[in-house]
Design a protein around this ligand. Structure first.
Ligand code: ADP
Ligand code: MG
Length: 397
């Protein structure tokens, strides 16, 4: 894929420009405070680059799902406050993202000044990719920068339509995300091992289909393994498992793997619990012998060892989806083993998916991988081989 033109590429003198930056500041909030500021921190390199280069910046984002009307609890105020702390400078929150007052403040932006616009999803036209709304968003700006990789799979006014109205560039985070993730598909160092878990085969079907054509081995864990196990005719007890249609699709994947010479590996053993609770009774059983009434909650120790070995011998590892219900500590060991094996590996190691990134952060390992994607859905869509509208709208060299 052609190289995206980003804010640090030649061709734009930022000095004296007024730049609309679309960032992904869709952070979790708790009691009106930012509970996890990872996404805000991820936007800093681009913002700092622009401010240092003499631009005036207005940063915009969505937050939550206000469904096209102002919802005070989904104001970006906590994000503006946190951004001001991180940048150690004043960041005013404007009362809206469009309108006369906003255009006046944008027109008056000084070099090195930064303001934040209010939640773009307070307007229904945002999610409709409305061209008139995009024109109002662009008002007063000289340039547009998209650094919101986590929203790049949506064709919305602030991610798509507006990119056609102003000279546009990619932000540094968005460019890195696209380079690393498309690099997995284009030129992976071999062997290329994917570790896939999480909730459902149905969610990940197009991803698995794409990875079957690229990977040497795919290691399955998480609740999705029970759909495969049931498809092979083995009992899954009370484990989370999808229905006959998904099981049919799972069988199709196993057949395709054989044809494509990709080893699609299921767990050898399973950690089972009598209840879905921290103080449950636990046992380890072979994956084809889960007793009635018991719930598979994690991959077992033999599987952990085998997956660890596969990861340490890999040239490239991509991981999506926890190996077990890791939110409950006694069910987190398989996920931890995968995360630690990736951290210890000399391979190119990439993780994607909201829960997988949360698990890495909980283990304190997020800085030990080559790349942890900030975009759950966007990362998976890119790896499925789909074009992301927010990326396609940006210029490349
Ligand atoms: P990601 O966000 O990384 O793409 P998913 O959303 O697909 O991952 O899946 C994560 C969820 O899957 C977690 O909430 C986890 O508890 C759940 N999960 C994983 N294994 C199991 C299991 N054996 N039983 C029930 N839930 C599971
Ligand atoms: Mg998830």
């Amino acid at each position: 894929m052609a190289r995206l033109l980003a804010v640090d590429d030649p061709g734009v003198d930022w000095s004296g420009t007024r730049v609309l930056v679309r960032a992904d500041l869709n952070v979790p909030l708790e009691d009106g405070r930012v509970a996890d500021d990872a996404r805000i921190r991820a936007s800093l390199p681009t913002l700092r680059h622009l401010l240092r280069s003499g631009a005036g910046v207005a940063v915009c984002s969505h937050l939550g799902r206000p469904k096209g009307r102002p919802v005070p609890e989904l104001s970006l105020r906590p994000c503006a406050e946190r951004l001001a702390q991180l940048l150690v400078r004043r960041v005013d929150l404007l009362p809206d993202c469009v309108g006369t007052e906003v255009a006046r403040r944008v027109g008056a932006l000084r070099r090195g000044e930064i303001v934040m616009l209010e939640n773009v999803r307070f307007h229904p036209e945002e999610e409709q990719n409305d061209p008139g709304f995009a024109r109002r968003l662009a008002e007063g700006f000289t340039h547009y920068v998209n650094d919101a990789f986590g929203a790049a799979h949506r064709a919305h006014a602030s991610t798509e339509a507006v990119a056609h109205l102003l000279p546009a560039r990619a932000g540094l985070l968005l460019r890195r995300e696209v380079e690393v993730l498309s690099g997995l598909l284009e030129r992976p160092a071999r062997p290329f091992v994917a570790v896939l878990g999480g909730a459902k085969v149905a969610d990940k079907l197009p991803l698995i289909e794409q990875l079957l054509t690229r990977c040497d081995r795919i290691l399955i864990g998480g609740a999705m393994c029970f759909t495969f196990i049931a498809a092979l005719g083995d009992p899954v007890g009370a484990s989370r498992c999808e229905g006959p249609e998904e099981q049919r699709l799972a069988l199709g994947l196993l057949e395709a793997a054989g044809r494509l010479n990709c080893a699609l590996e299921l767990p050898l053993d399973i950690l089972i619990a009598d209840r879905f609770a921290e103080d449950a009774d636990l046992e380890v059983v072979p994956s084809d012998a889960i007793p009635d009434g018991w719930i598979g909650v994690d991959i077992g120790p033999q599987t952990q060892a085998s997956y660890r070995e596969a990861i340490s011998g890999a040239g490239t590892v991509f991981w999506n989806g926890p190996m077990g219900a890791f939110e409950i500590p006694p069910f987190a060991e398989g996920t931890r083993v995968v995360a630690e094996a990736m951290a210890a590996s000399g391979a190119v190691t990439v993780a994607g998916g909201g829960d997988s990134a949360a698990a890495l952060a909980a283990f304190g390992l997020e800085d030990r991988l080559t790349h942890v994607s900030t975009g759950g859905g966007a990362a998976l869509e890119l790896l499925e081989g789909r074009t992301l509208p927010g990326v396609a709208a940006l210029p490349s060299a």
